[in-house]
Structure formats: structure tokens, C-alpha cells
Write a protein that binds this ligand. Sequence first.
Ligand SMILES: [Zn+2]
Length: 392
Amino acid sequence: MIAENTHMKKRASRRSARGGRALLTGLARCGRCGRMMRVNYGMRAGHAHRYYCRGDEAHVGAFRCIGIGGIRIDKAVAAAILEAVSEHAVEAAVRAAQQTSRAGNDARRALACELEEARYDASLAARRYEVVDPTKRLVARELEARWNAALERVAHLEERAALLDREVASRPAIDQTQLMTLARDLPAAWNAPGTDMRTKQRLTRILIQEVVIDLDDNTNEAVATVHWTGGRHTELRVARVNVGRYPSGQHFSAVEVMRKLGGQWPDRELAVTMNRMRCKSPDGKTWTTVRVTELRERLGIAPFDPVASHAETISVEEASRRLGIYGSSIHRLIREGILPATQLMPSAPWQVPVAELESEAVREGVRAIKERRPPHFKARQEAEKSLKLPGF
Ligand SMILES: [Zn+2]
């Protein structure tokens, strides 16, 4: 038996499918504070979307709760859907949805009967009041009170009926044939270019009540708990993009790193990165700019060109300069999913999209960081400024 009653409250805050690139728009709930998560589509077209929770907005100075890249989560959920869904499962889910709407119709019919009765009572009370002898004041007053009460009951029931009607109207209409066709050949249909996001969202909405997203800091994974229609739960674990920390048990050779990062960053920056990644150098020594240059030239990789590339992305240092906060704060914004930066590979320098610096989320994050600065920060900042040479 598929009971949706337990989900009624939660469903109230689910939002309808509205297109967009996020599969779980309106379905993702924050595992930390229980609020519905929002989708940030980034500033540029084609940019990865993110799910984030703003936390307690009413609380002044509250920081963002959690944020997570949307693409991996969506992929994992889609894979779970393809794995879990058979034709039979879709049929069951559609039947459950129909049952809910039938139950709604029953309630509406019962309410209509009640309303009819109440209206009759009210008209009766009105007539009694009209025929009373006006000299019998006490009786008249009593009858008037009853008439009023009857009218109030009618108004109350009418309100409930209207509410129920609105609820029924807002329920998504299910095209069973279309869905069954989709389910029959789901993997192919899902990935077909003709299947638009709206259709996928609609199917997801029928199969899934909501997805609770939390972060496991110990394993650096996102944990998405899928609440299927019908009460089953599935826990999905999605590896997060590593932030700065060197992933244990993952070792890249110097050649691998060079092929990925060579020419993307100055050799000096690559030397720092390769030391951080503990790449072995030919003679077992630390990497220097000279050694990196040698290796790069041996592999036939062009040197870094500061003019040609990176017009759209900047380094953490540059972002820190432009936003007026420490590099560690930039890393923190990245870690918390507010600033969507990318790495070519784990431990590589972050590439921060310039356009993202202007986003509302980042502005808000920077403001929060600045607000929480200790009083001595300004003095320290001034001291730092005076240490720097003019023009730097
Ligand atoms: Zn939250």
C-alpha cells in the first residue's frame, strides 16, 4: 500500500517542474537544516548548476548551510532511476498518484455534502429569525446568534472547498501513456536528444518524493537520500570535487600531471603543485621551475601564455585580490559550494570563473566573511598594504 499521507506536509513545499537544467529542482532538501534547497545556475550559459541551502535567512549573519555541484548528484539520481525503474514500477507509481487524486475527490464530495447541509441550516435559521415576534427580544437575539453561527459555518466550509479545489488543480496531470512509453525503454529514452528536461523532471517527480542532500566531511562525499514514492529509501554517495587536500592513495606521475596541467599555468606554479602532489622527480629531489621547464620541453608542451588563455578564469590569489578577502576565505567559498571553481585534476590550482565573482551568492558570502572579521583585521590589512611596493 502506497501511503502518501506521511508525505503530505513535505509535498506542500515541493515545487512543480519548471524546466531548467537541474533534475532535482524543487525536490532537493537540505540534510542539515531541513529547508528546501535552491538551484544556482551560475552566470554563464552552459555552466554547471549547483544545489545550495541558504540556511536560516531570517537570522542575521547566518552563513550558507551547504552547497553541492548539481551535475554529479543529478547523474547519480538518474542512474538510480534507470536502475530502479521497471515498467512495473512506473505503473505502480502512476496508480499511487491516481489513488491520491481519487482520495482527494472523495474528500471533496464529502465536503460538498456537508456544505449543502450547512447552507440548508443557514436558510432555516434565517427563516426562523424572520418569523419571530420582534417584541420577544431575547428569543430574537438567540435566533440571530444561531443564524450567524450557521452562516459562519457555511463560509468556513466554502473556504475549505476552495482550498481543496486549488490543491487538486495544482496536482500535475499525468499522461499515463506517455510515461509508460518512456518507462518501457527508459535508458534509451532518457538519453535521447528529444527527451527534454521537463519530461525527465516530471518522471522524477512521480517516482521520487524528495532527495535529502547532506555532506559527509569525513569521506568528502555528498550523501543523497532518495525518498521514492511508496516509502522506499536509497542512499547514494557521490564523491565531491577535492578541495586543496591531497587525495590519499591517489598518485600521479610527473608526466601525467604535466600532460594535464602543462602550459595551463606558469612553470613556477606547476613546480609548487607537483611538489604538493608529491610527484617523483627524476632524481628524487623537489621540483623547481628549471626541472619543470625541462620536463615540459621534453614532452613538447608549449609554455604558459598569460595573454592567450585564462581570460575567463583567474587564480585563487587573483580572486582574493579582487574580492578583498584572504585566499583561505576563497578556498572556503569554493569548499562551501558558493564559488564554483574548477580544477583540471585533484590538487591542481583552482580556476575561478571571473563571471562568478559577481554572482549574488558570492557577494553574499564575501559580505558574511567581512562581517565576521575580528576587529584587528583592518589594522593588519593596513600593515600589509604598507609593506607592499607601490604598483603591486
Ligand atoms: Zn540547510
